[in-house]
Design a protein around this ligand. Sequence first.
Ligand SMILES: [Fe+2]
Length: 318
Amino acid sequence: MQIRSLGYVGLQGPDPKAWLEFATNVCGLMPARSVPGERAPGPPSAPNTDFGDGNAIASDGTAYVKLDDRQWRIAIHPDAKPGLRYVGLELAGPAALEAARAELEAGGVRVARGGDAERVARGVHDLVSFADPAGNRVELFHGVTVDKAFRSPRSVSKIVTGDLGMGHVVLLVPDLAKARAFYCDLLGFRLSDYVSFGPGQGVWFLRCNARHHSIALCHVGPISFLHHLAIELGSIDDVGCALDRAQSAGIPITSSLGRHANDKMFSFYMKSPFGFDVELGTGGTLVDDATWTPNEFIEGDVWGHKGLTPEALKSSGA
Ligand SMILES: [Fe+2]
Protein backbone atom coordinates (compact mmCIF):
# COMPACT_ATOMS: atom_id res chain seq x y z
CA MET A 1 0.00 0.00 0.00
CA GLN A 2 1.08 3.56 -0.55
CA ILE A 3 0.75 5.64 2.58
CA ARG A 4 1.11 9.31 1.72
CA SER A 5 2.07 10.78 5.06
CA LEU A 6 1.69 10.94 8.81
CA GLY A 7 -1.57 12.87 8.84
CA TYR A 8 -2.39 13.26 12.51
CA VAL A 9 -1.42 12.10 15.97
CA GLY A 10 -3.62 11.48 19.00
CA LEU A 11 -2.02 11.91 22.43
CA GLN A 12 -3.52 11.33 25.84
CA GLY A 13 -2.86 12.41 29.39
CA PRO A 14 -4.47 13.72 32.53
CA ASP A 15 -4.65 17.41 31.60
CA PRO A 16 -5.16 18.21 27.90
CA LYS A 17 -5.32 21.94 28.64
CA ALA A 18 -1.78 21.84 30.09
CA TRP A 19 -0.50 20.15 26.93
CA LEU A 20 -2.44 22.62 24.76
CA GLU A 21 -0.84 25.51 26.61
CA PHE A 22 2.62 23.93 26.11
CA ALA A 23 1.89 23.39 22.40
CA THR A 24 0.65 26.96 22.01
CA ASN A 25 2.89 29.06 24.22
CA VAL A 26 6.14 27.09 24.02
CA CYS A 27 6.01 25.36 20.63
CA GLY A 28 4.12 28.23 18.97
CA LEU A 29 1.48 25.96 17.45
CA MET A 30 -2.07 27.15 16.92
CA PRO A 31 -5.08 26.11 18.98
CA ALA A 32 -7.72 24.82 16.57
CA ARG A 33 -10.37 27.53 16.04
CA SER A 34 -12.97 24.82 15.70
CA VAL A 35 -12.86 21.14 16.58
CA PRO A 36 -13.81 18.07 14.50
CA GLY A 37 -17.55 17.90 14.03
CA GLU A 38 -18.01 21.64 14.27
CA ARG A 39 -19.01 23.43 11.10
CA ALA A 40 -18.12 26.86 12.40
CA PRO A 41 -15.90 28.38 15.08
CA GLY A 42 -16.75 27.36 18.60
CA PRO A 43 -17.85 29.53 21.51
CA PRO A 44 -16.21 32.94 21.84
CA SER A 45 -14.46 32.27 25.15
CA ALA A 46 -10.81 31.63 24.45
CA PRO A 47 -8.77 31.82 27.65
CA ASN A 48 -5.70 30.08 26.22
CA THR A 49 -5.61 31.53 22.73
CA ASP A 50 -4.86 34.74 20.95
CA PHE A 51 -7.56 34.14 18.39
CA GLY A 52 -10.85 34.73 20.13
CA ASP A 53 -13.07 32.63 17.89
CA GLY A 54 -12.64 29.17 19.34
CA ASN A 55 -11.18 27.50 22.38
CA ALA A 56 -9.72 24.33 20.80
CA ILE A 57 -11.52 22.11 23.35
CA ALA A 58 -14.22 19.65 22.30
CA SER A 59 -17.16 18.74 24.52
CA ASP A 60 -15.41 15.51 25.63
CA GLY A 61 -12.41 17.49 26.90
CA THR A 62 -10.14 16.71 23.93
CA ALA A 63 -7.90 19.60 22.88
CA TYR A 64 -6.98 20.12 19.21
CA VAL A 65 -3.86 21.76 17.78
CA LYS A 66 -3.44 23.13 14.28
CA LEU A 67 -0.17 23.12 12.31
CA ASP A 68 -1.35 24.24 8.87
CA ASP A 69 -4.59 24.72 6.97
CA ARG A 70 -6.01 21.44 8.19
CA GLN A 71 -8.54 21.75 10.96
CA TRP A 72 -6.21 19.87 13.33
CA ARG A 73 -3.06 17.74 13.38
CA ILE A 74 -2.61 16.90 17.09
CA ALA A 75 -5.44 15.78 19.39
CA ILE A 76 -4.93 15.62 23.14
CA HIS A 77 -7.42 13.34 24.84
CA PRO A 78 -8.14 13.27 28.59
CA ASP A 79 -6.87 10.01 30.11
CA ALA A 80 -5.17 9.03 33.36
CA LYS A 81 -2.38 7.25 31.47
CA PRO A 82 -0.14 9.54 29.40
CA GLY A 83 1.14 8.45 26.01
CA LEU A 84 0.21 7.85 22.40
CA ARG A 85 -3.44 7.15 21.64
CA TYR A 86 -3.20 6.71 17.85
CA VAL A 87 -1.32 7.66 14.72
CA GLY A 88 -3.27 8.58 11.58
CA LEU A 89 -1.72 7.65 8.24
CA GLU A 90 -3.14 9.26 5.11
CA LEU A 91 -4.08 7.46 1.91
CA ALA A 92 -5.05 8.92 -1.45
CA GLY A 93 -8.76 8.10 -1.43
CA PRO A 94 -11.53 5.50 -1.01
CA ALA A 95 -10.02 2.95 -3.42
CA ALA A 96 -6.64 3.11 -1.69
CA LEU A 97 -8.30 2.70 1.71
CA GLU A 98 -10.31 -0.32 0.56
CA ALA A 99 -7.23 -1.92 -1.02
CA ALA A 100 -5.22 -1.29 2.16
CA ARG A 101 -7.93 -2.86 4.31
CA ALA A 102 -7.96 -5.96 2.10
CA GLU A 103 -4.15 -6.19 2.21
CA LEU A 104 -4.10 -5.95 5.99
CA GLU A 105 -6.79 -8.60 6.41
CA ALA A 106 -4.96 -10.88 3.98
CA GLY A 107 -1.89 -10.36 6.19
CA GLY A 108 -3.80 -11.56 9.24
CA VAL A 109 -4.44 -8.15 10.81
CA ARG A 110 -7.80 -7.55 12.47
CA VAL A 111 -9.12 -4.32 10.97
CA ALA A 112 -12.06 -2.31 12.33
CA ARG A 113 -14.01 0.01 10.04
CA GLY A 114 -14.53 3.49 11.44
CA GLY A 115 -18.12 4.39 12.22
CA ASP A 116 -19.84 7.75 11.80
CA ALA A 117 -18.81 8.90 15.29
CA GLU A 118 -15.13 8.15 14.59
CA ARG A 119 -15.23 9.89 11.22
CA VAL A 120 -16.70 12.98 12.86
CA ALA A 121 -14.22 12.79 15.76
CA ARG A 122 -11.29 12.79 13.31
CA GLY A 123 -12.82 15.13 10.75
CA VAL A 124 -12.02 12.67 7.95
CA HIS A 125 -14.07 11.10 5.18
CA ASP A 126 -13.35 7.51 6.12
CA LEU A 127 -10.96 5.46 8.25
CA VAL A 128 -10.04 1.99 9.42
CA SER A 129 -8.11 1.09 12.56
CA PHE A 130 -5.93 -1.74 13.85
CA ALA A 131 -3.11 -2.36 16.32
CA ASP A 132 0.58 -2.61 15.49
CA PRO A 133 2.61 -5.44 17.09
CA ALA A 134 3.50 -3.17 20.04
CA GLY A 135 -0.19 -2.45 20.65
CA ASN A 136 -0.22 1.08 19.23
CA ARG A 137 -3.47 2.03 17.52
CA VAL A 138 -2.92 2.86 13.86
CA GLU A 139 -5.58 4.50 11.72
CA LEU A 140 -5.59 4.70 7.93
CA PHE A 141 -7.78 7.48 6.57
CA HIS A 142 -8.56 9.60 3.53
CA GLY A 143 -10.15 13.01 3.13
CA VAL A 144 -9.57 15.77 5.67
CA THR A 145 -11.25 18.92 6.94
CA VAL A 146 -9.59 22.14 5.84
CA ASP A 147 -9.82 25.28 7.95
CA LYS A 148 -8.15 28.69 7.99
CA ALA A 149 -4.42 28.97 7.37
CA PHE A 150 -1.90 28.54 10.18
CA ARG A 151 -1.03 31.64 12.15
CA SER A 152 1.39 31.05 15.00
CA PRO A 153 0.59 32.75 18.31
CA ARG A 154 4.35 32.93 18.92
CA SER A 155 5.45 34.13 15.48
CA VAL A 156 6.81 30.80 14.23
CA SER A 157 7.42 31.56 10.55
CA LYS A 158 6.25 28.20 9.21
CA ILE A 159 5.47 24.61 10.12
CA VAL A 160 6.81 22.23 7.46
CA THR A 161 3.91 19.92 6.55
CA GLY A 162 2.15 19.52 3.14
CA ASP A 163 3.16 16.40 1.21
CA LEU A 164 5.70 15.60 3.93
CA GLY A 165 3.04 15.14 6.59
CA MET A 166 2.90 16.65 10.06
CA GLY A 167 6.32 15.53 11.38
CA HIS A 168 7.46 12.26 12.88
CA VAL A 169 6.98 9.97 15.84
CA VAL A 170 9.58 7.71 17.41
CA LEU A 171 8.17 4.61 19.05
CA LEU A 172 9.98 2.44 21.57
CA VAL A 173 9.04 -1.12 20.58
CA PRO A 174 9.65 -4.36 22.50
CA ASP A 175 10.10 -6.55 19.39
CA LEU A 176 11.99 -4.80 16.61
CA ALA A 177 11.72 -7.60 14.02
CA LYS A 178 7.95 -7.76 14.35
CA ALA A 179 7.57 -3.98 14.25
CA ARG A 180 9.81 -3.61 11.20
CA ALA A 181 7.99 -6.37 9.34
CA PHE A 182 4.67 -4.74 10.14
CA TYR A 183 5.57 -1.20 9.09
CA CYS A 184 7.75 -2.11 6.10
CA ASP A 185 6.30 -5.33 4.68
CA LEU A 186 2.63 -4.65 5.40
CA LEU A 187 2.27 -0.87 5.50
CA GLY A 188 4.91 -0.17 2.84
CA PHE A 189 7.28 2.11 4.77
CA ARG A 190 10.87 2.20 3.41
CA LEU A 191 13.98 2.03 5.57
CA SER A 192 15.91 5.32 5.29
CA ASP A 193 18.78 4.29 7.58
CA TYR A 194 19.49 3.17 11.12
CA VAL A 195 21.61 4.00 14.11
CA SER A 196 22.91 0.97 15.96
CA PHE A 197 23.50 0.99 19.74
CA GLY A 198 24.73 -2.61 19.79
CA PRO A 199 23.44 -6.06 18.82
CA GLY A 200 19.73 -5.75 18.05
CA GLN A 201 19.43 -2.30 19.62
CA GLY A 202 19.08 1.04 17.89
CA VAL A 203 16.72 3.26 15.95
CA TRP A 204 15.32 2.34 12.53
CA PHE A 205 14.08 5.32 10.51
CA LEU A 206 11.16 4.69 8.15
CA ARG A 207 9.73 6.94 5.45
CA CYS A 208 6.58 7.02 3.36
CA ASN A 209 7.41 10.19 1.39
CA ALA A 210 10.42 12.46 0.92
CA ARG A 211 10.63 13.28 4.63
CA HIS A 212 13.56 11.22 5.95
CA HIS A 213 11.32 9.53 8.49
CA SER A 214 7.70 9.78 9.51
CA ILE A 215 7.97 6.89 11.95
CA ALA A 216 11.09 5.56 13.66
CA LEU A 217 11.22 2.33 15.63
CA CYS A 218 13.58 2.27 18.60
CA HIS A 219 14.48 -0.91 20.42
CA VAL A 220 16.39 -0.71 23.70
CA GLY A 221 14.56 -3.39 25.66
CA PRO A 222 11.05 -4.64 26.43
CA ILE A 223 9.55 -1.14 26.45
CA SER A 224 6.57 0.17 24.49
CA PHE A 225 6.17 3.94 24.64
CA LEU A 226 6.08 7.08 22.53
CA HIS A 227 9.60 8.50 22.86
CA HIS A 228 8.95 11.72 20.99
CA LEU A 229 6.84 13.65 18.55
CA ALA A 230 8.78 15.95 16.22
CA ILE A 231 7.57 19.06 14.45
CA GLU A 232 9.67 20.76 11.76
CA LEU A 233 9.76 24.55 11.88
CA GLY A 234 10.66 26.97 9.11
CA SER A 235 14.03 28.29 10.30
CA ILE A 236 16.89 28.10 12.78
CA ASP A 237 15.52 31.26 14.42
CA ASP A 238 12.15 29.53 14.92
CA VAL A 239 13.93 26.69 16.74
CA GLY A 240 16.10 29.05 18.80
CA CYS A 241 13.14 31.21 19.85
CA ALA A 242 11.22 28.06 20.85
CA LEU A 243 14.20 26.99 22.97
CA ASP A 244 14.18 30.41 24.66
CA ARG A 245 10.45 30.04 25.41
CA ALA A 246 10.94 26.50 26.76
CA GLN A 247 13.71 27.62 29.09
CA SER A 248 11.72 30.65 30.26
CA ALA A 249 8.76 28.38 31.01
CA GLY A 250 10.95 25.96 32.99
CA ILE A 251 10.38 23.07 30.56
CA PRO A 252 13.13 20.42 31.06
CA ILE A 253 15.44 20.34 28.02
CA THR A 254 16.19 16.63 27.54
CA SER A 255 18.62 17.11 24.64
CA SER A 256 20.62 20.22 23.83
CA LEU A 257 20.68 21.79 20.38
CA GLY A 258 22.40 19.56 17.84
CA ARG A 259 22.34 18.18 14.30
CA HIS A 260 21.48 14.55 13.60
CA ALA A 261 23.99 12.71 11.42
CA ASN A 262 21.41 10.95 9.27
CA ASP A 263 18.53 13.34 8.55
CA LYS A 264 20.64 16.47 9.27
CA MET A 265 17.85 17.92 11.43
CA PHE A 266 18.96 20.87 13.59
CA SER A 267 16.88 20.46 16.74
CA PHE A 268 16.48 20.18 20.48
CA TYR A 269 14.28 17.94 22.64
CA MET A 270 12.19 18.84 25.67
CA LYS A 271 9.97 16.97 28.07
CA SER A 272 6.32 17.67 27.32
CA PRO A 273 3.76 17.86 30.13
CA PHE A 274 2.82 14.20 29.55
CA GLY A 275 6.39 12.87 30.02
CA PHE A 276 7.32 11.98 26.45
CA ASP A 277 9.54 14.35 24.50
CA VAL A 278 8.80 16.86 21.80
CA GLU A 279 11.55 17.59 19.27
CA LEU A 280 11.50 20.93 17.48
CA GLY A 281 13.84 21.16 14.51
CA THR A 282 14.48 22.55 11.08
CA GLY A 283 16.31 21.66 7.86
CA GLY A 284 15.55 17.94 7.67
CA THR A 285 16.90 16.03 4.67
CA LEU A 286 14.57 15.21 1.80
CA VAL A 287 15.06 11.72 0.38
CA ASP A 288 15.16 10.93 -3.35
CA ASP A 289 14.05 7.30 -3.65
CA ALA A 290 15.98 6.90 -6.91
CA THR A 291 19.37 7.62 -5.36
CA TRP A 292 19.01 6.90 -1.64
CA THR A 293 20.91 4.11 0.14
CA PRO A 294 19.83 2.97 3.63
CA ASN A 295 23.15 3.16 5.48
CA GLU A 296 24.02 2.31 9.06
CA PHE A 297 25.22 5.16 11.29
CA ILE A 298 27.48 4.56 14.28
CA GLU A 299 27.25 8.14 15.59
CA GLY A 300 23.77 9.60 15.90
CA ASP A 301 24.83 13.23 15.67
CA VAL A 302 27.24 15.55 13.86
CA TRP A 303 27.37 17.67 17.03
CA GLY A 304 25.27 18.46 20.10
CA HIS A 305 22.12 16.65 21.20
CA LYS A 306 23.72 16.09 24.59
CA GLY A 307 21.41 13.92 26.66
CA LEU A 308 20.10 11.82 23.80
CA THR A 309 21.70 8.55 24.89
CA PRO A 310 20.57 4.90 24.80
CA GLU A 311 20.39 5.06 28.62
CA ALA A 312 18.05 8.05 28.43
CA LEU A 313 15.93 6.23 25.84
CA LYS A 314 15.68 3.23 28.16
CA SER A 315 14.48 5.38 31.05
CA SER A 316 11.89 7.29 29.00
CA GLY A 317 8.39 6.25 29.83
CA ALA A 318 9.47 4.92 33.18
FE1 LIG B 1 13.27 12.87 16.00
